[in-house]
Design a protein around this ligand. Sequence first.
Ligand SMILES: [Zn+2]
Length: 93
Amino acid sequence: MSFVSGLLRFRPRSRDLPCQVVVEMVTDYLEGALPAAERRRFEAHLAGCPHCTEYLAQMRETIRLAGRITPEDLTPQMRADFTDLYRHWRSES
Ligand SMILES: [Zn+2]
């Protein structure tokens, strides 16, 4: 099973935060700006979601390379890739 088909087989659990919300929380999480309750939900989602875990890893790498994070670092390509995947899940479910 390829990595991509593995992703597409995965279904986020509905009681969790939607992946799009989690993605939008990543920068706050990395900056330590999330309230404790949100942080717990974020981490709970990550524990069961390989996509967001990967996204977080990408963001960490981006920050490591850039030394900081700016809105420009959230490249349109990264967001577009993730949004496409998210749409695919929704269209199948
Ligand atoms: Zn997710």
